[in-house]
Ligand binder design. Structure first.
Ligand code: NAP
Ligand code: GLV
Length: 306
């Protein structure tokens, strides 16, 4: 069995060592143009040339949850695309989003400014009932995030394509319930996959439908957010601020309005990182299952786009 590795942004040696240890007997190497045909590929943002030269692949293992970049390529027609299924990302996403919500709710920015100014000042406690949170996307990551927020007793709404029943979460689904979901929410958390249906989903209209004093947390993809609409909604006072981990252009260009905005906190696409050991263990398990002809979880539906 041959496995080829083609991941931009990942040092190949530790991946190759880990995969070799987990799959003894497999022939694993880093892809280069002209490399022999492989059975399986471990990839992140590979070039089109890689796909064109590997028509015999049975499965492509993406070392991330989001497959939007991969699905833009012409893929070998019979190759299954397999996303990382949690692999340690869901808990990271839960801690990132809970941190952002609590930081905003408890006004820690204000306390930090007070400390810098040498001021000892209390703020009036806010009511959780005034902070309903709406989580868009209730998949592997969104469900974990919604449940974690509910543990802090925030009212939590969730929106997905198909109806869900998640304890502690008021579930909305489909385009017909989208406006009701927004109207019921003040903090908007985005955990949707990037597809043609979800591109630009956080826009002027969406933001206007949130409750006043809204807050936006985008941890999915930059192209979900119309950046100038967010800036305008903050300037109008309807949106109080945002925590953003992903951007239309990454790295965020120098001079971009988000860098120095007092109501926006940014991080460099780091809310849920790929953990190498967990990922290798999951990929190796799935390759083993495919070799035995068994079904695996995390196979992407290319028509649905996630
Ligand atoms: P997932 O398991 O595929 O779940 C996607 C969820 O979105 C599902 O609940 C799905 O509904 C819902 N959805 C999809 N299209 C929809 C639509 N048109 N309308 C309403 N709901 C829709 O994805 P995940 O693993 O939770 O990950 C979500 C995204 O997070 C990834 O695609 C990736 O872009 C991003 N991500 C970011 C980072 C980071 O570090 N910033 C790290 C990992 C992932 P159904 O349940 O009904 O199918
Ligand atoms: C990271 O953004 C991922 O999709 O895993």
């Amino acid at each position: 069995m041959k496995i080829t590795f083609c991941c931009t942004d990942a040092k190949p040696e530790p991946w190759l060592q880990g995969l070799s240890a987990a799959l003894p007997g497999a022939d694993i190497s880093v892809w280069q143009p002209g490399a022999p045909q492989a059975d399986y590929a471990v990839v992140w943002a590979p070039p089109q040339q890689f796909m064109d030269e590997q028509p015999a692949l049975k499965a492509l293992f993406n070392i991330g949850a989001g497959v939007d970049a991969l699905l833009k390529l012409r893929l070998p027609p019979q190759a299954r695309v397999v996303r990382l299924d949690d692999a340690g990302m869901a808990v990271q996403m839960a801690e990132y989003v809970c941190h952002a919500v609590i930081r905003h709710f408890r006004e820690f920015n204000g306390y930090e400014a007070d400390m810098a100014a040498g001021r000892w000042g209390y703020r009036k406690p806010r009511l959780r009932s005034d902070f309903p949170i709406g989580v868009m996307g209730l998949g592997v990551l969104g469900e974990r995030v919604a449940k974690a927020l509910a543990q802090f007793d925030f009212p939590v709404n969730g929106w997905s394509r198909s109806p869900k029943a998640i304890e502690g979460v008021r579930a909305f689904s489909g385009t017909e319930q989208f406006n009701d979901f927004l109207a019921a929410s003040r903090v908007l958390v985005n955990l949707l996959p990037l597809t043609p249906d979800t591109t630009d989903v956080i826009n002027k209209d969406t933001l206007a439908r949130l409750q006043p004093g809204a807050y936006v947390i985008n941890v999915a993809r930059g192209a979900h957010l119309v950046e100038e609409d967010l800036l305008a909604a903050i300037a109008s006072g309807h949106v109080a601020g945002a925590t953003l981990d992903v951007f239309r252009t990454e790295p965020l260009p120098k001079g971009h309005a988000f860098w120095n905005h007092p109501q926006i906190t940014i991080t460099p696409h780091t809310s849920a990182r790929t953990l190498r050991e967990e990922s290798i263990a999951q990929i190796a398990r799935k390759i083993g299952a495919l070799q035995r002809g068994e079904a695996i979880a995390g196979v992407v539906d290319p028509v649905r786009g996630y």
